[in-house]
Design a protein. Structure first.
Length: 251
């Protein structure tokens, strides 16, 4: 059992001067002491780098250079990380509260993966409430068959279980990445906490159709084509029902 495990938090950013400081402060203001904070910038030119530089002496690593897309940038961060666990908190999102990381690791000893709930926020940082896909009571590699019910920002994975992101996927490689880690995990902990705040409208939303096609390919690979088709019928019915009730999808 690792007491006070080291957490590598990795933030990926490109030209997001509006939100980068909010994200960074949610990490830097954690009450948990053993955090290695890594910021990977894609050579921003809108003032983002000026804001990051304000906090440079509190970062473990800061890299600013062009990359080949979001998952290439994430791979850079992952390769530099030295923590026992990794958490991706991309620009625009937040760790839920200052004591969140402390509470996550206090929830159970030596988990392979820790996960929790995510609260959704709009562009004006107004809460939209809980995600439509609620975190399952018990999570394993089969859990994504009806949708990504644990968000990328809400999952802490033991670094030794991770692999680089597969760059053949441009929008949904995080699903593939989490499933691969979950397949290797024997102790997955539901913290029963809200652990992240998520800004609606990221790259997967902007390229929604391409993202859905990728997701379908990934899930077919893991769960089989025919079961995946049937599961997606169920997903579509659930989405339609939710939209009729709430007039939004809250993915």
């Amino acid at each position: 059992m690792t007491i006070n495990p080291k957490l590598s938090v990795i933030t990926i950013v490109y030209n997001n001067v509006v939100a980068i400081e909010r994200t960074m402060l949610s990490v830097l203001n954690q009450t948990y002491s053993n955090i290695e904070y890594i910021v990977i910038d894609g050579a921003s030119n809108d003032g983002t780098i000026d804001i990051i530089t304000k906090y440079k002496n509190r970062l473990a690593i800061f890299v600013s250079e062009q990359d080949r897309g979001i998952y290439d940038a994430m791979n850079k961060g992952l390769a530099l990380a030295t923590g026992d666990y990794v958490l991706f908190m991309n620009s625009g999102d937040e760790i839920y509260a200052p004591e969140t990381v402390t509470d996550v690791f206090a929830s159970a000893p030596s988990g392979d993966i820790y996960y929790g709930e995510t609260e959704m926020y709009d562009a004006n940082w107004k809460s939209l409430g809980q995600r439509r896909h609620r975190a399952p009571e018990h999570f394993d590699w089969h859990s994504f068959k009806f949708g990504m019910n644990v968000s990328h920002q809400a999952i802490y994975i033991k670094r030794s279980l991770t692999e680089p992101y597969d760059l053949q996927y441009k929008y949904s490689s995080d699903i593939d990445w989490i499933i691969k880690a979950a397949k290797k995990s024997s102790n997955i902990v539901n913290t029963h906490l809200y652990v992240a705040k998520y800004l609606v409208g990221g790259m997967s939303k902007q390229k929604h159709l391409a993202s859905l096609k990728e997701r379908f390919k990934i899930l077919s690979h893991y769960y089989g084509f025919i079961p995946n088709v049937l599961n997606h019928i169920f997903i579509a019915l659930n989405l339609a029902q939710y939209f009729l009730r709430h007039r939004r999808t809250n993915d």
